[in-house]
Design a protein around this ligand. Structure first.
Ligand SMILES: *Cc1c(COP(=O)(O)O)cnc(C)c1O
Length: 409
């Protein structure tokens, strides 16, 4: 670490919903714009070279990936979080008489924390729509929450923990008659499932570079033409006055290339990646007792699988997986010193005994058959090893049906 050398990471990476490896073709596309064409796209001199044109090329790639009608509907931002904030705050500023927001209880913190802030500091009323045991949105509660007091609905396209896909088109159509804008955090969906914004009722859509093999620190917000918009960052005239600040030229160019690659690889997601995910899932379910898939298996991202292992803790699973060179992620997080199941697991009412052991495997087009076989081989051993230490687990399985204390409030 200290001798200036970077350790080359080897192993099996199955945490692509957290972040992805930058595709080497993306890096190659970016490189000349650090040193050869480093100019500011707003400058009149030639050091800007074709940077401005290249940014417009990148915008066109995002347009194609989203199936958007106009490239002016794409605004580059610094990340998915900024896109989410921009969309929601823009809607509130554009419709000041409307003081309500609808969202779901399983959103990413980028939306949840902003809504909580707006509730406490801004006096907004937040409708947080719940989900059932499979992570499916409560459509009746959503219909009841809609009214002409709602400025914006923000509901994610697909959940990052379980991969569950929400019926956002139907939700957006339902919002229309009430005059509420519809925003979706599509950070997990973009690049994994085909989108067609030309024929959509969605007004605004967020995406993030590092979830689709582009670098960290670049994102985009789609804003349908004709949608009232108020900028989040004010200053220069970049992005047609809708997002001030000198453009992250290399990041934007990387995102453009990543979008081009994502579109050309889209067929792989629903065939190769999905087949690997299914093999992994079925292999684990067949080899390990007392575990189950969380989320909605019928409406799910092709790359994601979240399995809850009863009577053990996700953190321990991750540690042992990591000893085997396998990177995954868990559905629990250390909040205030105690290991707590995530808000997504709690929202689905997954029993405490299982929510603690929930483990997310998120694949990408870079994963291989051999990697899947390896994980299927080690997983039963890891689970057995941990259960041997569990006070709730005997030689023949769980000692008795019981729950870890405390149970959910
Ligand atoms: C990763 C993620 C974000 C945040 O994106 P950043 O670019 O890291 O800010 C937002 N929403 C979802 C669903 C995500 O998975």
């Amino acid at each position: 670490m200290t001798d200036g050398h970077i350790q080359v990471m080897t192993g099996i990476y199955m945490d692509n919903n957290a972040t992805t490896r930058v595709d080497p073709q993306v890096v190659a596309e970016m490189l000349p714009y650090f040193t050869e064409q480093f100019g500011n796209p707003s400058s009149m001199h030639s050091f800007g070279g074709d940077v401005g044109e290249k940014i417009e090329w990148a915008r066109g790639q995002i347009q194609k990936l989203l199936g958007a009608e106009h490239d002016t509907e794409i605004i580059f931002t610094s990340c998915g979080t900024e896109s989410d904030s921009t969309a929601i705050l823009s809607a509130l500023a554009a419709y000041p008489a409307r003081k309500e927001i609808i969202t779901s209880i399983v959103e990413h913190p980028a939306v949840l924390a902003l809504c909580e802030h707006l509730e406490k500091q801004g006096g907004y009323k937040i409708h947080r729509i719940g989900v059932d045991g499979k992570g499916r949105l409560d459509m009746d509660a959503y219909a009841r929450a809609l009214s002409d007091k709602v400025a914006v609905v923000s509901i994610m396209y697909a959940n990052n923990e379980t991969g569950t896909i929400f019926p956002v088109e139907a939700l957006a159509r339902m919002a229309k008659p009430h005059g509420a804008l519809f925003h979706t955090d599509a950070v997990q969906a973009v690049g994994k499932i085909p989108l067609d914004m030309k024929n959509s009722a969605i007004d605004m859509l967020s995406l993030s570079g590092h979830k689709l093999h582009a670098p960290k620190g670049v994102g985009a917000l789609y804003v349908r033409r004709g949608t009232r918009f108020r900028p989040f960052l004010r200053g220069g005239h970049q992005e047609r006055g809708r997002r001030a600040g000198t453009e992250n030229t290399t990041g934007i160019i990387g995102l453009g290339k990543a979008a081009e690659l994502a579109l050309s690889h889209m067929h792989i997601e629903n065939t190769q990646v999905k087949a690997l995910r299914n093999k992994l899932e079925q292999g684990i379910l067949a080899a390990v007792p007392n575990c189950f898939v969380t989320g909605d298996p019928d409406h799910r991202l092709p790359n994601t699988c979240n399995i809850a292992f009863e009577y053990i803790e996700g953190e321990a699973i991750l540690l042992l997986l990591s000893h085997q060179g396998i990177a995954a992620s868990s559905g629990s997080a250390c909040t205030s010193g105690a290991l707590e199941p995530s808000h997504v697991m709690r929202a689905m009412n997954i029993p405490y005994t299982a929510a603690h052991g929930s483990t997310r495997f998120s694949l990408s087009r870079e994963n291989t058959q051999a990697e899947i076989d390896r994980v299927i081989e080690v997983m039963p051993k890891i689970i057995a090893q941990l259960r041997a230490l569990s006070p709730y687990w005997g030689v023949n399985g769980p000692i008795e049906e019981r729950t870890f204390a405390p149970v959910y409030a």
